[in-house]
Design a protein around this ligand. Structure first.
Ligand SMILES: Nc1nc2c(ncn2[C@@H]2O[C@H](COP(=O)(O)OP(=O)(O)OP(=O)(O)O)[C@@H](O)[C@H]2O)c(=O)[nH]1
Ligand SMILES: [Mg+2]
Length: 380
């Protein structure tokens, strides 16, 4: 098993290279920050250096091939290892473990993570690979390291549970929408274009009507595109709900009155580009007239961290008090949203996991999201 060293600007980039070169099962032996001399001052001065080693698939590791030669039943990849090969493999693993410990004691693991127990390096790598922002990943691993009981350090299951718990601490949760028969509760969904607002309104409305047997009405203020009104109208017809349209903020009261005595009103709004401050202000005017009980900012879980952060910043004008994360089924590297949740300082109300109305929605659950972020659980 040979060691290889990779240098990149960020830990994430370095790990991506390791993965590309050595495969997903590669073992990270050490990582550190290095300074380099730059030609004509070009390129970054600080780089992350990662030393990794491949865990060879059986049949490719010379160690196993050697065993195969001595074992006539060997048939290449996937075959059962002989007892001798297993013993040798175990020995090699212990040597590797000892090496990591030595490196760790020498402070060569990473000065970004001083005193990090060697066992936690894969934990850190897992967070970075899940696209958790590096600063947060370091904080999480630090937290796990500081709270680890001596008997937990050697147990991967305990480490995983501790990490999961640490991630859960970063996920604020809002209770699901609470509706009371005879009391009108108004909920508006706002957010960037195409994130799934209308679909989510339809999912929520259908669930409150069909599962909770409440009287539900819909309002759309998305009158910019004919197709948008048609889209909500279609859902309203299928679910059999009254729909009112407000063309400008002044029509909001009338639209609410048109719905009559309902227990729940869902307001669907036009998608706004976070860069379009004028349109976001107009949306804020609609909200000022409607005075909804809850405003949920809808964000696509698959969006880049920068995009999510800018949406949170720009939509602050609309005073959203909760977040809905959509398209979890499409997203890769959910870790980015952890940093965004910290910035948004708003609890998560719902998660959506597909296009199907009304099924693909669930109340946000801290444990479930933490496990999804860490890749310990799959959607569905
Ligand atoms: N995979 C997946 N697709 C979704 C989900 N939610 C919505 N979509 C799809 O995303 C697309 C856009 O959904 P809409 O509900 O029209 O989005 P919107 O935010 O109302 O869009 P605008 O009104 O144009 O801003 C549609 O094709 C939906 O089926 C989800 O949870 N997962
Ligand atoms: Mg829409």
């Amino acid at each position: 098993m040979s060691e290889k060293t990779y240098r990149a600007r960020t830990m994430k980039e370095a790990l991506a290279r390791v993965r590309r070169d050595l495969g997903g099962d590669a073992i990270i032996l050490a990582s550190r920050e290095v300074r380099r001399r730059r030609l004509l001052g070009l390129g970054p001065r600080e780089l992350i250096e990662v030393t990794a080693s491949a865990t060879m698939p059986s049949g490719q590791d010379p160690l196993f091939n050697e065993a195969a030669d001595k074992n006539p039943s060997w048939e290449g990849a996937g075959s059962t290892l002989s007892a001798g090969a297993q013993a040798q493999f175990g020995e090699q693993l212990s040597r590797l473990h000892a090496m990591v410990e030595t490196l760790s004691r020498q402070g060569r693991i990473d000065h970004l993570l001083p005193d990090l127990p060697g066992e936690l390096i894969p934990t850190y790598a897992r967070l970075v690979e899940a696209e958790v922002p590096e600063v947060l990943a370091r904080r999480l691993v630090r937290y796990v390291a500081d709270n680890l009981q001596p008997d937990q350090a050697g147990s991967p299951a305990s480490l995983q549970a501790a990490l999961c718990e640490a991630v859960e601490q970063c996920i604020p949760i809002a209770p699901p929408i609470r509706a009371v028969v005879g009391t009108r509760r108004m909920v508006a969904l706002v957010g960037p274009t195409g994130v799934g607002k209308t679909t989510t309104v339809a999912k929520l409305a259908a669930n409150f009507k069909l599962v909770h047997s409440l009287k539900v009405g819909l309002i759309t203020v998305d009158t910019y595109r004919i197709a948008a009104v048609e889209q909500l109208k279609t859902y309203a017809e299928i679910i059999d709900l009254p729909l009112a349209v407000a063309n400008d903020p002044g029509q909001m009261h009338q639209a609410i009155e048109e719905l009559g005595a309902v227990d729940m009103v869902f307001i669907d709004t036009a998608g706004r580009s976070p860069r379009d401050e004028v349109k976001i202000r107009e949306l804020a005017d609609f909200m000022a007239q409607a005075r909804p009980d809850e405003v949920h900012l809808v964000l696509s879980a698959g969006a880049a961290e920068r995009t999510l952060r800018s949406a949170v910043e720009r939509f602050a004008l609309v005073r959203a008090d909760r977040l809905i994360l959509t398209k979890l089924d499409e997203a890769e590297g959910l870790g980015a949203i952890l940093g965004v949740l910290g910035q948004a300082n708003r609890p998560l109300s719902y998660l959506t996991t597909g296009q199907a109305v009304p099924d693909d929605i669930e109340p946000a659950d801290r444990k479930r999201l933490a496990r999804l972020i860490l890749g310990l659980e799959a959607i569905g």
